[in-house]
Design a protein around this ligand. Sequence first.
Ligand code: HEC
Length: 128
Amino acid sequence: MAKSVTAGKMLLIAVPVIVLAGCSYEETVSYSQDVKPIIKDNCLACHEEGGTGHEASGFNMATYDELMKGTKYGPMIISGDSAGSNMIVLMEGRADPSISMPHGSLKPVRKKDIETIRLWIDQGAKNN
Ligand code: HEC
């Protein structure tokens, strides 16, 4: 009994901390300021007009509209659903290694940058 009272008190103390941390984490992610530079550094070499990735899959990532259109098979980004967005699956290397992105032996995208894109998708993948 005494134990659960203590646990309850600790929860009261812990909650405001979590709320504060939550706020700073949930900063709005901007497509043009945050997402586009990551794509430029990691993906554009192959995924813009004429690149090998664009030729092979139809996925052009140079503009917001093209990015949201996805590959010739369909969208790679589902607004509000990062878990269902194949672009995240590929960047995390959760798909078959032969199609993990960036392709081949390039360095994987930094975890922090994947998190930025994940958050942007969950916030609605807006053209902001
Ligand atoms: C070195 C070149 C290269 C880079 C860099 C690259 N890709 Fe690709 N990408 C490819 C190629 C080639 C294909 C076609 C793969 C295939 O069909 O086997 C492809 C296909 C894809 C596909 C479609 C997969 C499918 O199921 O058809 C997605 C999505 C994708 N890339 C996302 C990305 C993302 C996101 C990045 C940046 C993090 C990236 N790519 C970086 C070359 C690249």
